[in-house]
Unconditional design. Structure first.
Length: 266
């Protein structure tokens, strides 16, 4: 009886995983509705820690890299809001950067191009995250946010291997943790702050499609990653972090704060 209760505890702590498809991954969406969904994803990054997480990582990672410009790849970029936030931060701190924002969807990239003329340091590129079109170690830093849950476990392992392959310096991979708190938060957020039909469907489903912290650790092990930290963050996010190794300060491990290092509103 007690052993059965023990087996039930993980189910209580996290909702059952689902595999239903999100509208974001389904071609043929109405452009206006898809644009609204991308706006809500930007709002999620702005309100719930996506930008501070990335910018605080970059602040420490760039200090470990002696050359300029810094090459940054954002995998599964969606509206390229994270690359825009990086560009604003880099200008503010006088850090030369070249950013490649990669996504597989031509419809999403078409929407991402709006206003991109103001960001000449960003290049939009259509490409497959599971077969990144770059040689080994081509990028100084690779960023991937809120994307792993769009893949089944085995494909997510492949994605981790690809990111590890092209990241010559470091990488930051972050996603929502599958938990009841995250699910409730996503449900409430998409009922109070958006009327977008796609966002109301995809927001809570994203949590149910995602992974627990232990599953992220298993995924990392199966991908054969080494020297990678698993860090929990506020707002039910977890980050897989690898720091550039060629810095004089590499003996100390920077702390990723939850507060932003620059004010950005892409």
């Amino acid at each position: 009886m007690y052993s059965r209760f023990q087996n039930f505890i993980p189910v209580m702590l996290s909702p059952p995983k689902q595999s239903a498809r999100e509208f974001l991954d389904t071609p043929g969406q109405d452009p206006a509705e898809l644009g609204g969904l991308l706006n809500d994803i930007r709002r999620t990054n702005r309100w719930f820690g996506g930008y501070p997480l990335v910018l605080n990582y970059l602040r420490s990672a760039v200090a470990r890299l002696s050359h300029r410009p810094i090459t940054v790849l954002d995998v599964a970029t969606a509206s390229a809001d994270v690359p825009r936030a990086i560009a604003v931060w880099a200008r503010t701190h006088h850090v030369p950067v070249r950013i490649i924002a990669l996504d597989l969807s031509p419809e999403i990239l078409s929407l991402a191009r709006r206003g991109m003329d103001a960001y000449p340091e960003i290049t939009l590129l259509r490409g497959n995250a599971l077969a990144l079109p770059f040689p080994d170690g081509a990028m100084d830093v690779v960023i991937c946010g809120l994307a792993l849950h769009h893949f089944p476990f085995d494909m997510a392992v492949r994605l981790l291997r690809e990111i590890d392959r092209v990241a010559g310096g470091g990488f930051l991979i972050n996603d929502v943790v599958r938990s009841w708190g995250a699910y409730l938060g996503a449900w409430v957020d998409t009922r109070l702050f958006t009327r977008n039909r796609l966002a109301r469907h995809d927001g809570p489903l994203s949590v149910l499609r995602s992974f627990t912290t232990d599953e992220f650790r298993v995924m990392m092990t199966q991908a054969g990653l080494s020297g990678v930290e698993v860090r929990k963050h506020a707002m039910f996010r977890v980050a897989l972090v690898r720091w550039p190794a060629n810095a004089a300060s590499k003996s100390s491990t920077p702390r990723l704060r939850d507060r932003p290092t620059a004010s950005v509103r892409p």
